[in-house]
Design a protein around this ligand. Structure first.
Ligand code: UD1
Ligand code: UDP
Length: 379
C-alpha cells in the first residue's frame, strides 16, 4: 500500500506529523507532498525539525496569492505527482486550500481520499475554510472525525455511517508527545528566552491570523483597544506573517508594538510554542488548532470569533467566543485572571478530542480498508 500525504501550512504539518510517524513505524510506503503555501522558515521548515518529520518528497512551491491562483497551482502540481506516484489513498488534513485542491484532484483521478479532521462545520460560508471543508468532504471516501458532533454533521449531509471513523484529533497526539520533548529541551528561540516566562505571571498568549479579523481594520482596532486595557497581563504575541503585513498596512503595528504589556515576537517553533502556551494563564486567539490545544493543555481560551467549528470546546466549558468585542474580551479575561473558581472551571473542561491515539486509529482504519479492497473506488 502507498499513502500520499498532502500538507502545506503550519497547522497541517503539526497535525499530520503523528500520522506520518505512524505510517513510518508500520513500514508503509508513503509520499509526502508539500504545497509550499507556507514557505517562511518560521512557518514551515522549523516544524519539520521540531516534529522530526522527513523532508517532503515533493514541494509544489505555490507561495502566496489569491485563492484561485493558489488553489489552481496546487491542483496542477498535485495532479502531476499523483499521476506519477499512483498512491492507494491520498490524505488531506483540515480546511486549507491544500485540502480543497488535493481532494478534488485525487477524487477526479479515482484515487481514494481520506480527510483527516473531517466533518467540522462553522456554518459560516463566508469563511474560505468552510468552503474547503465542505468541498473536501464531498470528495472523500474515508472520514477521520475528531468528535461525535462532527460525525453528526456528516450524517446530516447524507454520508454513509460506514465511511465515518471517530478517531479524536491528531493535535492531541502531537501535543502530548511534544510537550514532554519541549520541556526537556527548554526554550530554543532567543526572543522567547529573553522574556523569561518561567518567572513571569499572568501570561496571555495571543495569536490571530483569520481573514475576518486581520483584514478588517475596525475589528483590529477593537482588539487592540482591549489589549491596551489588559495592563495586568503580559501579552505575548508570536505574530503570523499575514497579521504583521495587515497591521503595517493599516498603520497599527507601531501602536501595538509600543504597548508595555504587549511583546510581539516572530512565530515560534512548535516546541517553544508549547512551552509558552502551557505556561499561560489565558489564550486569546482566532486559531482553530489553538482552541483544541488549549483544552488539551487545560488553559482557558477566549476565541476572537463569533462562531466556531469546534463547538465542543465551548459546550465543555473551556472556550468562550468573544468575537472582536472589546467588552466581551475584557470582561472574560479579567474574570479568568481574578476569579479563581471561574478560571478553574474553564481549566477543568473535559477534552473532547480523545486520548492522543488518533493517528493509530486512522492508520488502523486505512490498513483494514486496504486489506478488504475498499480503497479501490472503481471496483
Ligand atoms: C492559511 C489557511 C488558513 C490557516 C492558516 C494557518 C487557506 C485558505 N488559509 O491562512 O486556513 O488557518 O493558513 O496559519 O488555506 N505569508 C508569509 N509567509 C508565509 C506564508 C504566508 O509572509 O510563509 C503571508 C503572505 O503575505 C500571504 C499571507 O501571509 O499573502 C497569507 O498567507 P495564506 O497562505 O494565503 O493564508 P494564511 O492566512 O496563512
Ligand atoms: N503555533 C506554533 N507557533 C506559533 C503559533 C502557533 O507552533 O507561533 C501552532 C499551534 O500550536 C497550533 C498551530 O500552530 O498547533 C495553529 O496554527 P494556525 O493558528 O496558524 O492555524 P489554524 O489552526 O487556525 O488553522
Amino acid at each position: 500500500m502507498k499513502i500520499a500525504i498532502i500538507l502545506g501550512t503550519r497547522p497541517e504539518i503539526i497535525k499530520m506529523a503523528p500520522i506520518i510517524d505512524e505510517i513510518e513505524k508500520r513500514g508503509i510506503t508513503s509520499c509526502l507532498i508539500h504545497t509550499g503555501q507556507h514557505y517562511d522558515k518560521e512557518m514551515s521548515d522549523n516544524f519539520f525539525k521540531d516534529l522530526e518529520i522527513k523532508s517532503p518528497d515533493y514541494n509544489i512551491h505555490v507561495g502566496s496569492g489569491s485563492h484561485g491562483k493558489q488553489t489552481g497551482l496546487m491542483m496542477q502540481g498535485i495532479e502531476e505527482v499523483l499521476l506519477d506516484e499512483k498512491p492507494d489513498i491520498v490524505l488531506v488534513q483540515g480546511d486549507t486550500n491544500a485540502v480543497l485542491a488535493g481532494a478534488l484532484v485525487a477524487s477526479k483521478l479515482h484515487i481514494a481520499v481520506g480527510h483527516v479532521e473531517a466533518g467540522l462545520r462553522s456554518f459560516d460560508i463566508t469563511m474560505p475554510e468552510e468552503l474547503n471543508r465542505m468541498a473536501a468532504d464531498a470528495c472523500s471516501l474515508m472520514y477521520f472525525i475528531p468528535t461525535e458532533e462532527s460525525a453528526i454533521n456528516l450524517l446530516a449531509e447524507g454520508i454513509s455511517r460506514k465511511k465515518l471513523f471517530i478517531t479524536g484529533n491528531t493535535v492531541v497526539d502531537a501535543c502530548f508527545r511534544h510537550l514532554e520533548i519541549a520541556n526537556k529541551a527548554g526554550i530554543q528561540e532567543e526572543s522567547l528566552a529573553n522574556l523569561d516566562i518561567e518567572n513571569m505571571d499572568n501570561i496571555l498568549t495571543l495569536t490571530m491570523h483569520r481573514a475576518e479579523n486581520v483584514d478588517d481594520k475596525e475589528r483590529l482596532i477593537n482588539i487592540i483597544s482591549s489589549l491596551k486595557e489588559l495592563k495586568d497581563m503580559n501579552i505575548i504575541f508570536p505574530i503570523h506573517p499575514r497579521t504583521k503585513k495587515t497591521l503595517e498596512n493599516f498603520n497599527l503595528f507601531d501602536e501595538l508594538n509600543e504597548l508595555d504589556n504587549v511583546h510581539i515576537i516572530k512565530p515560534l517553533g512548535y516546541l517553544d510554542f508549547l512551552i509558552l502556551t502551557s505556561h499561560s494563564t489565558l489564550i486569546l486567539t482566532d486559531s482553530g488548532g489553538l482552541q483544541e490545544e488549549a483544552i488539551t493543555l487545560d488553559v482557558p481560551v477566549l476565541t476572537l470569533r463569533y462562531n466556531t467549528e469546534r463547538p465542543e470546546t465551548v459546550s465543555a466549558g473551556g472556550n468562550i467566543l468573544v468575537g472582536a468585542n472589546k467588552n466581551n474580551i475584557l470582561e472574560n479575561a479579567e474574570k479568568i485572571l481574578n476569579d479563581e473558581e471561574f478560571a478553574n472551571k474553564m481549566k477543568n473542561a473535559k477534552n473532547p478530542y480523545g486520548k492522543g491515539d488518533a493517528a493509530i486509529k486512522t492508520i488502523d482504519a486505512i490498513e483494514e480498508a486496504y486489506n478488504n479492497g475498499l480503497l479501490d473506488i472503481k471496483a
